[in-house]
Ligand binder design. Structure first.
Ligand SMILES: Cc1ncc(COP(=O)(O)O)c(C=O)c1O
Length: 464
């Protein structure tokens, strides 16, 4: 089937991102716009419209009113996903040669920013859930330990990046983490790609957005956690630690000179959905529906893992000795398409559209899968061999640009990687440019290859 046919086919239960559910949950105004003459909305930065970096025009007004509604100083809409705005944020936070402290489960976009911005990624290890193979959240004590070690390794730390919630929807106590970072007089950027909906503050039991705990910069992926079109995103800024001029200069470095007016309109309308009463009511009913679905599945003994995101369901496949990647293939055959297949789990994103009636079908397919694989013992995952904090042996940029040779993983011990090894999704690098491949890392990567057979190659490119 050709691309255009694939784009219009719609025969599956879509439990993947973007969260608007193949258009069903797009804000009404965007749906109406898309019904007009195709392309009528595809306009350049005309005087009245402007753009994310232009002070006058409808986009500037819209950004101003979104920032006021959310209670921050400034915001910028983005047309290259959270990726583009995270990268611009990093370039705004640190100068070439400065270090940025980040958790090991950082998204690859931040490592890429270090690479082209000449920044040093100081990566700190995070707790690990061996029963499912996920990075977990950490507390203030954990972060203090990371700070202590990071300061021994590097004396010019410019900023800290945190990721919250995680892809699977785990959420940390962000208030205390942000306080800790501010106690070191450093700015913090929160990659809240998966938590845009938290700005709605819809229920007291849900985590709050880091915006409300004073994070200096927060990035939302509006297609992942709000009903925006793919590539829509927003960067929020507040306080006086990061100069808005420097942020704009950095966005200008990476942003296309022709940002799509449709995507920008989608940024505006998906944010409105999260803060205006009609949208909040819709979100509330999606959450209710999701809670009923989760209860139903748990009652039918489907192994779900707990998280803080009501709209994400984590199926714990390794509890029955099964790979989430294999289970995903079975679900796809039955036309249920999940989002994040990992060695120990399969995460489904319910998003903002309704999935009434899904429960029974889900249980039936899961039971068929269990029967066909046969009962197996739970499997556990080994902790990654990361030190508390590590700094690449050579700079990311230098390594990326170096002459290289390609070696089998087992022959690469003692060598320096020129690239990332990074299963996608989730897009969390297992190795970054400039890191040295010691024996423990090579053994672990070889083991990971069995878990991610189609994602991790047998070879690695190293500085020659
Ligand atoms: C934690 C995290 N941050 C950032 C991104 C990038 O988001 P986007 O696809 O909007 O560029 C992702 C994408 O998977 C992610 O998981």
């Amino acid at each position: 089937m050709g691309l255009l046919n694939l784009l219009s086919a719609n025969r599956s239960e879509n439990l993947f991102l973007p969260a608007h559910g193949r258009g069903k949950a797009l804000p009404k105004k965007i749906q109406k716009l898309l019904k007009l003459r195709p392309g009528i909305w595809d306009l350049p930065e005309l005087f009245e419209i402007g753009g994310p970096l232009i002070n006058e025009g409808a986009i500037a007004e819209s950004q101003k009113s979104s920032a006021i509604a959310v209670g921050v100083d400034r915001c910028w809409y983005g047309v290259n996903g959270a990726t583009g705005l995270l990268q611009s944020s990093l370039l705004a936070l640190a100068r070439p040669g400065q270090a940025v402290l980040m958790p090991r489960n950082i998204h690859k976009s931040c490592i890429q920013a270090c690479l082209f911005g000449g920044l040093i990624p100081l990566l700190f290890d995070v707790p690990y859930l061996t029963d499912r193979g996920h990075a977990s959240v950490f507390d203030r004590k954990w972060l203090q330990r990371a700070f202590k070690k990071a300061k021994e390794l590097e004396n010019d730390i410019a900023a800290v990046v945190l990721v919250n919630p995680t892809y699977q929807g785990y959420s940390a106590d962000m208030e205390s983490l942000i306080q800790e970072i501010h106690s070191h007089s450093l700015p913090v950027l929160v990659d809240e790609a998966h938590g845009a909906y938290l700005i709605s503050q819809i229920r007291p039991e849900l985590p709050k957005s880091s915006i409300y705990f004073g994070a200096d910069l927060v990035v939302h992926s509006l297609h992942k956690s709000a009903p925006g079109l793919v590539q829509s995103a927003v960067l929020w800024s507040q306080g006086d630690k990061v100069d808005p001029f420097i942020i704009e200069r950095s966005i200008g470095l990476l942003q296309t000179s022709s940002p799509s007016s449709l995507l920008i309109a989608s940024c505006e309308s998906s944010i409105k959905e999260l803060i205006q009463s009609k949208g909040i009511r819709k979100l509330d009913s999606r959450i209710e529906e999701a809670e009923l679905l989760k209860d139903f599945l748990i009652n039918k003994e489907v192994p779900l893992l707990e998280n803080s995101d009501p709209l994400r369901i984590i199926l714990h496949t390794s509890k029955f000795g099964l790979s989430g990647i294999e289970v995903d293939k079975r679900f796809i055959r039955k036309r249920i398409i999940g989002e994040l297949a990992e060695p120990g789990t399969l995460t489904f994103c319910l998003g903002f559209s309704s999935h009434k009636g899904l429960g029974k079908r889900f249980v039936r397919i899961w039971n068929e899968i269990l029967t066909s694989f046969g009962q197996q013992k739970s499997c556990f995952f080994k902790r990654p061999p990361f030190s508390i904090v590590s700094k690449p042996y050579k700079s990311c940029s230098y390594s990326w640009g170096s002459n290289f040779e390609t070696l089998n993983l087992q022959d690469a011990i003692g060598r320096v990687s020129i690239e990332m090894v990074c299963p996608y999704p989730p897009g969390i690098p297992l190795l970054i440019p400039g890191e040295i491949l010691d024996k423990a890392r090579v053994d672990w990567l070889i083991e990971q290859k069995d878990f991610w057979p189609e994602q991790i190659p047998d070879f690695v490119r190293v500085i020659s």
